[in-house]
Design a protein around this ligand. Sequence first.
Ligand SMILES: Nc1ncnc2c1ncn2[C@@H]1O[C@H](COP(=O)(O)OP(=O)(O)OP(=O)(O)O)[C@@H](O)[C@H]1O
Ligand SMILES: [Mg+2]
Length: 335
Amino acid sequence: MKNSKKIKYFGPKTLGKSKRVFDIITVGSAVVDAFVDTGIPQKGNNLVYPVGDKIVVENIWFGTGGGGTNTASAFSKLGMKTGFLGKLGEDNNANMIRDILLKSKVKFVGVRGKAPTGFSVVLDSKERNRTILTYKGANEDFGFNELHLERLKTKWFYFSSMIGRAFKMQEKLAAWANRKGIMVAYNPSSYITEDGVSGLRRILRHVDVLVLNKEEARHLIPKGDLFHGLNKLGPKVVCITYGKDGNGVCDRSFVYNSLPRKIKVVERTGAGDAFAAGFVAGWIKTNDVRKAMQIGSINAESVIQKPGAKEGLMNWSEINREIKNRPIKILEKSC
Ligand SMILES: Nc1ncnc2c1ncn2[C@@H]1O[C@H](COP(=O)(O)OP(=O)(O)OP(=O)(O)O)[C@@H](O)[C@H]1O
Ligand SMILES: [Mg+2]
């Protein structure tokens, strides 16, 4: 929290005098990941194992993931006072997630319920390609009526992808945030965007900063200029990511494009989360698109060079040192 005193905030002046407890609250999923190095060679694009056998695997290790907790850890590391709003079960996996949040200095402001905590099994083939079996559990069984709104004193919400009842909860929370003058950033995944824009119109009206990859953007705007189309839906700042080809941002006046650096990819889980959290934190702290792009990109590069979604997340001064020494080139043109 060392940097939080230095944070200069930008946003609506309608927040009144009430004390804001959090700089940002992330709203999204939480899962325990079991990573299994199966050692099984692929057959073409398939990982095939015989039914009825007991297979001795090479290695197994556990981590926590889910867009909500990954980004909460990232924001906290960047010096922001961070809360996590999600739903956990009443099981040991919930305790594991609470422990990691505590270690990351993130306060849990969510709820617990009967459904089991979200869980993923990440099966690695001998060739190091992954198949993920994911169980959403408590993550999707989360209604707006379960929220303790009085606890959600924050300047910003960051929404990662949620589905089912939990998506409806985010939709209502975004409208509530809008009425309260709280800013909203949103990073929907392809399983939210693939059905097209109609189901997202209501939430996007209340979104200030939208981050998504180019496939997700194309799902929403099938024809024509992506930035123009997405800006028209509500968000003032739109960021589209292009994987190893960097990212582009439009703030309704200029389009900025980053020229990424070549890095060695070790394990890319969490790249999107590290980028989006870095970008949003950079935007909140500096109100400078170029700086925000640098922070997001450098954070993502660092996570890609370590295994696991939360390993490699950088702090504010580490990133700024990197920007000084080896800045990412950014091109700008008017739009
Ligand atoms: N191979 C890479 N080399 C350098 N930077 C990368 C690479 N892959 C991703 N990045 C950085 O991370 C950002 C986000 O990556 P990407 O576009 O793959 O997001 P995503 O599709 O949302 O990922 P995820 O599957 O984790 O949700 C990129 O804009 C870029 O800055
Ligand atoms: Mg993503």
